[in-house]
Write a protein that binds this ligand. Sequence first.
Ligand SMILES: C[S@@+](CC[C@H](N)C(=O)[O-])C[C@H]1O[C@@H](n2cnc3c(N)ncnc32)[C@H](O)[C@@H]1O
Length: 250
Amino acid sequence: MDPTEFGADRYGRSFAEVYDRWYPADGATAAAVSVLNELAPAGSTVLELGVGTGRLALPLAAAGHAVTGMDASVEMLDVLAAKDPDGTVARVLGDVADPDAWPPGQFDLVVAVFNLLLNLPDQTAQERCVGAAADSLAPGGHLVVETAAPALPERREQRLDVRHVDAESVVLIATDADPATGAVLGQHIELVDGEPVRLRPWRVCACSPADVDRWATAAGLELVARRWAWDAPAGLDATDAPVGVYRRPV
Ligand SMILES: C[S@@+](CC[C@H](N)C(=O)[O-])C[C@H]1O[C@@H](n2cnc3c(N)ncnc32)[C@H](O)[C@@H]1O
Protein backbone atom coordinates (compact mmCIF):
# COMPACT_ATOMS: atom_id res chain seq x y z
CA MET A 1 0.00 0.00 0.00
CA ASP A 2 1.29 3.48 -0.89
CA PRO A 3 1.17 5.28 2.47
CA THR A 4 0.44 8.65 0.88
CA GLU A 5 -2.85 7.20 -0.43
CA PHE A 6 -4.04 6.91 3.13
CA GLY A 7 -4.54 10.68 3.34
CA ALA A 8 -3.49 13.17 6.04
CA ASP A 9 -7.14 13.61 7.07
CA ARG A 10 -7.82 9.88 7.58
CA TYR A 11 -7.28 9.81 11.36
CA GLY A 12 -9.68 12.68 11.89
CA ARG A 13 -12.35 11.21 9.61
CA SER A 14 -12.13 7.98 11.60
CA PHE A 15 -12.10 9.38 15.13
CA ALA A 16 -13.52 12.95 15.30
CA GLU A 17 -16.99 11.83 16.39
CA VAL A 18 -15.69 9.60 19.21
CA TYR A 19 -12.39 11.28 20.12
CA ASP A 20 -13.50 13.23 23.20
CA ARG A 21 -15.45 10.22 24.53
CA TRP A 22 -12.64 7.71 23.93
CA TYR A 23 -9.71 9.97 24.86
CA PRO A 24 -11.05 12.40 27.49
CA ALA A 25 -8.83 14.90 29.26
CA ASP A 26 -7.34 13.11 32.27
CA GLY A 27 -4.48 13.42 34.75
CA ALA A 28 -1.90 13.03 31.98
CA THR A 29 -3.56 15.90 30.09
CA ALA A 30 -3.35 18.15 33.15
CA ALA A 31 0.30 17.16 33.64
CA ALA A 32 1.06 17.87 29.96
CA VAL A 33 -0.57 21.31 30.17
CA SER A 34 1.46 22.05 33.29
CA VAL A 35 4.76 21.05 31.58
CA LEU A 36 3.89 23.18 28.54
CA ASN A 37 2.90 26.17 30.69
CA GLU A 38 6.24 25.96 32.49
CA LEU A 39 8.03 26.22 29.14
CA ALA A 40 5.92 29.14 27.96
CA PRO A 41 5.62 32.27 30.08
CA ALA A 42 2.10 33.80 30.11
CA GLY A 43 1.25 35.41 26.81
CA SER A 44 3.51 33.17 24.72
CA THR A 45 2.71 32.27 21.13
CA VAL A 46 2.00 28.54 20.88
CA LEU A 47 1.50 26.33 17.81
CA GLU A 48 0.03 22.87 18.33
CA LEU A 49 0.48 20.50 15.40
CA GLY A 50 -2.40 18.03 15.04
CA VAL A 51 -4.48 20.06 17.48
CA GLY A 52 -7.47 17.73 17.19
CA THR A 53 -10.41 18.70 19.37
CA GLY A 54 -8.32 20.98 21.57
CA ARG A 55 -7.58 18.69 24.53
CA LEU A 56 -4.35 20.65 25.19
CA ALA A 57 -4.89 23.79 23.09
CA LEU A 58 -8.01 24.97 24.95
CA PRO A 59 -6.44 24.89 28.44
CA LEU A 60 -3.30 26.53 27.00
CA ALA A 61 -5.43 29.34 25.52
CA ALA A 62 -7.27 29.64 28.86
CA ALA A 63 -3.87 30.10 30.53
CA GLY A 64 -3.37 33.26 28.47
CA HIS A 65 -1.27 32.05 25.53
CA ALA A 66 -1.97 33.00 21.92
CA VAL A 67 -2.61 29.49 20.58
CA THR A 68 -2.75 28.38 16.95
CA GLY A 69 -3.87 24.82 16.22
CA MET A 70 -3.05 23.16 12.91
CA ASP A 71 -4.78 19.98 11.77
CA ALA A 72 -5.36 18.15 8.49
CA SER A 73 -8.87 17.11 9.46
CA VAL A 74 -11.90 19.36 8.93
CA GLU A 75 -13.86 17.00 11.16
CA MET A 76 -11.48 17.43 14.10
CA LEU A 77 -11.33 21.21 13.64
CA ASP A 78 -15.15 21.35 13.51
CA VAL A 79 -15.35 19.61 16.90
CA LEU A 80 -12.80 22.10 18.25
CA ALA A 81 -14.79 25.04 16.80
CA ALA A 82 -17.99 23.83 18.47
CA LYS A 83 -16.20 23.74 21.86
CA ASP A 84 -14.55 27.13 21.28
CA PRO A 85 -17.24 29.49 19.90
CA ASP A 86 -15.14 32.58 20.71
CA GLY A 87 -12.20 31.23 18.66
CA THR A 88 -9.64 31.42 21.47
CA VAL A 89 -7.61 28.89 19.45
CA ALA A 90 -6.83 30.04 15.89
CA ARG A 91 -7.54 27.09 13.59
CA VAL A 92 -5.39 26.30 10.53
CA LEU A 93 -6.36 23.47 8.18
CA GLY A 94 -3.25 21.84 6.71
CA ASP A 95 -0.91 18.88 6.51
CA VAL A 96 2.05 19.31 8.87
CA ALA A 97 4.21 17.32 6.43
CA ASP A 98 3.78 20.13 3.89
CA PRO A 99 5.93 23.11 5.00
CA ASP A 100 3.99 25.39 2.61
CA ALA A 101 0.81 24.73 4.63
CA TRP A 102 2.28 26.01 7.91
CA PRO A 103 1.00 29.25 9.42
CA PRO A 104 3.44 32.15 9.05
CA GLY A 105 5.36 33.61 11.96
CA GLN A 106 7.57 32.39 14.73
CA PHE A 107 6.28 30.75 17.90
CA ASP A 108 7.63 30.54 21.45
CA LEU A 109 6.39 26.96 21.77
CA VAL A 110 5.61 24.32 19.13
CA VAL A 111 3.91 21.15 20.34
CA ALA A 112 3.54 17.75 18.63
CA VAL A 113 2.03 15.26 21.06
CA PHE A 114 0.17 11.96 21.26
CA ASN A 115 0.52 10.25 17.88
CA LEU A 116 0.80 13.31 15.58
CA LEU A 117 4.29 12.50 14.29
CA LEU A 118 3.46 8.79 13.98
CA ASN A 119 0.44 9.62 11.82
CA LEU A 120 2.74 10.88 9.05
CA PRO A 121 3.26 8.43 6.18
CA ASP A 122 6.98 7.74 6.59
CA GLN A 123 10.18 8.97 8.24
CA THR A 124 10.87 11.40 5.41
CA ALA A 125 7.63 13.22 6.23
CA GLN A 126 8.35 13.00 9.96
CA GLU A 127 11.78 14.55 9.50
CA ARG A 128 10.31 17.29 7.27
CA CYS A 129 7.77 18.08 10.00
CA VAL A 130 10.46 18.36 12.70
CA GLY A 131 12.50 20.62 10.37
CA ALA A 132 9.48 22.86 9.71
CA ALA A 133 8.82 23.01 13.47
CA ALA A 134 12.42 24.13 14.08
CA ASP A 135 12.02 26.83 11.40
CA SER A 136 8.82 28.04 13.12
CA LEU A 137 10.47 28.58 16.49
CA ALA A 138 11.45 32.01 17.76
CA PRO A 139 15.03 32.18 19.10
CA GLY A 140 14.95 30.66 22.61
CA GLY A 141 11.65 28.91 21.80
CA HIS A 142 10.89 25.26 22.58
CA LEU A 143 9.67 22.30 20.56
CA VAL A 144 7.98 19.53 22.55
CA VAL A 145 7.56 16.17 20.83
CA GLU A 146 5.87 13.05 22.18
CA THR A 147 6.58 9.83 20.33
CA ALA A 148 4.47 7.04 21.81
CA ALA A 149 5.92 4.62 19.26
CA PRO A 150 4.17 1.28 18.82
CA ALA A 151 6.26 -1.77 19.80
CA LEU A 152 6.95 -3.47 16.47
CA PRO A 153 7.07 -7.30 16.28
CA GLU A 154 10.16 -9.06 14.91
CA ARG A 155 8.16 -10.33 11.93
CA ARG A 156 5.07 -9.05 10.17
CA GLU A 157 2.16 -9.73 12.48
CA GLN A 158 -1.61 -9.41 12.32
CA ARG A 159 -3.51 -9.43 15.57
CA LEU A 160 -6.80 -8.63 17.22
CA ASP A 161 -7.10 -6.98 20.64
CA VAL A 162 -10.06 -5.93 22.75
CA ARG A 163 -10.17 -2.23 23.64
CA HIS A 164 -13.55 -2.00 25.33
CA VAL A 165 -16.46 -4.23 26.37
CA ASP A 166 -19.75 -3.25 27.97
CA ALA A 167 -23.31 -4.56 27.90
CA GLU A 168 -24.17 -2.75 24.65
CA SER A 169 -20.94 -2.57 22.69
CA VAL A 170 -17.48 -3.94 21.93
CA VAL A 171 -14.50 -2.14 20.41
CA LEU A 172 -11.88 -4.42 18.85
CA ILE A 173 -8.54 -3.29 17.40
CA ALA A 174 -7.20 -5.22 14.38
CA THR A 175 -3.61 -4.42 13.38
CA ASP A 176 -1.18 -5.43 10.65
CA ALA A 177 2.35 -4.46 11.76
CA ASP A 178 5.29 -4.62 9.35
CA PRO A 179 8.73 -4.16 10.95
CA ALA A 180 10.28 -3.86 7.46
CA THR A 181 8.56 -0.51 6.91
CA GLY A 182 7.83 0.42 10.54
CA ALA A 183 4.17 0.84 9.59
CA VAL A 184 1.15 -0.40 11.49
CA LEU A 185 -2.19 -0.40 9.70
CA GLY A 186 -5.08 -0.63 12.11
CA GLN A 187 -8.85 -0.68 12.37
CA HIS A 188 -10.89 0.13 15.46
CA ILE A 189 -13.94 -2.10 14.92
CA GLU A 190 -16.98 -0.84 16.80
CA LEU A 191 -19.82 -3.28 17.35
CA VAL A 192 -22.97 -1.79 18.87
CA ASP A 193 -26.02 -3.96 19.43
CA GLY A 194 -28.57 -3.46 16.64
CA GLU A 195 -26.34 -1.11 14.60
CA PRO A 196 -24.17 -1.68 11.51
CA VAL A 197 -20.49 -2.47 12.14
CA ARG A 198 -18.38 0.69 12.19
CA LEU A 199 -14.74 0.55 11.01
CA ARG A 200 -12.34 3.34 12.02
CA PRO A 201 -9.09 2.86 10.04
CA TRP A 202 -5.74 4.44 10.95
CA ARG A 203 -2.09 4.04 10.08
CA VAL A 204 1.06 4.94 11.97
CA CYS A 205 4.73 4.81 11.07
CA ALA A 206 7.11 4.23 13.97
CA CYS A 207 9.78 6.71 14.91
CA SER A 208 11.89 6.58 18.03
CA PRO A 209 12.93 9.38 20.39
CA ALA A 210 16.46 8.90 18.97
CA ASP A 211 15.10 9.60 15.44
CA VAL A 212 13.49 12.82 16.68
CA ASP A 213 16.73 13.81 18.46
CA ARG A 214 18.66 13.35 15.21
CA TRP A 215 16.21 15.36 13.11
CA ALA A 216 15.90 18.13 15.70
CA THR A 217 19.67 18.42 16.09
CA ALA A 218 20.15 18.52 12.31
CA ALA A 219 17.60 21.35 12.22
CA GLY A 220 19.69 23.36 14.70
CA LEU A 221 17.85 22.59 17.96
CA GLU A 222 19.34 21.34 21.21
CA LEU A 223 17.78 18.67 23.43
CA VAL A 224 17.13 20.18 26.86
CA ALA A 225 14.94 17.61 28.65
CA ARG A 226 13.31 14.23 28.38
CA ARG A 227 10.48 12.58 30.33
CA TRP A 228 9.10 9.04 30.59
CA ALA A 229 5.67 10.53 31.20
CA TRP A 230 4.19 14.02 31.50
CA ASP A 231 4.14 13.76 35.30
CA ALA A 232 7.64 12.18 35.50
CA PRO A 233 10.71 14.23 36.43
CA ALA A 234 12.71 15.81 33.62
CA GLY A 235 16.19 14.46 32.92
CA LEU A 236 18.54 13.82 30.04
CA ASP A 237 19.76 10.28 30.72
CA ALA A 238 16.70 8.26 29.58
CA THR A 239 17.36 8.15 25.85
CA ASP A 240 14.17 6.17 25.08
CA ALA A 241 11.82 8.40 27.06
CA PRO A 242 8.95 9.45 24.78
CA VAL A 243 8.65 13.16 25.63
CA GLY A 244 11.52 15.29 24.31
CA VAL A 245 11.98 19.05 24.77
CA TYR A 246 14.19 20.87 22.25
CA ARG A 247 15.28 24.51 22.25
CA ARG A 248 16.26 26.85 19.46
CA PRO A 249 19.41 28.67 20.54
CA VAL A 250 19.12 32.43 20.94
C1 LIG B 1 -4.41 11.58 18.34
S1 LIG B 1 -4.95 13.07 17.69
C2 LIG B 1 -4.23 14.19 18.87
C3 LIG B 1 -5.05 15.42 19.03
C4 LIG B 1 -4.51 16.38 20.10
N1 LIG B 1 -3.17 16.82 19.81
C5 LIG B 1 -4.55 15.72 21.46
O1 LIG B 1 -3.48 15.54 22.04
O2 LIG B 1 -5.64 15.38 21.92
C6 LIG B 1 -3.89 13.33 16.26
C7 LIG B 1 -4.32 14.56 15.47
O3 LIG B 1 -3.37 14.75 14.42
C8 LIG B 1 -4.07 15.10 13.24
N2 LIG B 1 -3.22 14.76 12.10
C9 LIG B 1 -2.86 13.52 11.67
N3 LIG B 1 -2.06 13.60 10.60
C10 LIG B 1 -1.90 14.93 10.35
C11 LIG B 1 -1.18 15.67 9.38
N4 LIG B 1 -0.46 15.06 8.42
N5 LIG B 1 -1.22 17.03 9.42
C12 LIG B 1 -1.95 17.67 10.37
N6 LIG B 1 -2.67 17.01 11.32
C13 LIG B 1 -2.64 15.67 11.32
C14 LIG B 1 -5.34 14.28 13.33
O4 LIG B 1 -6.36 14.80 12.48
C15 LIG B 1 -5.68 14.39 14.81
O5 LIG B 1 -6.47 15.50 15.08
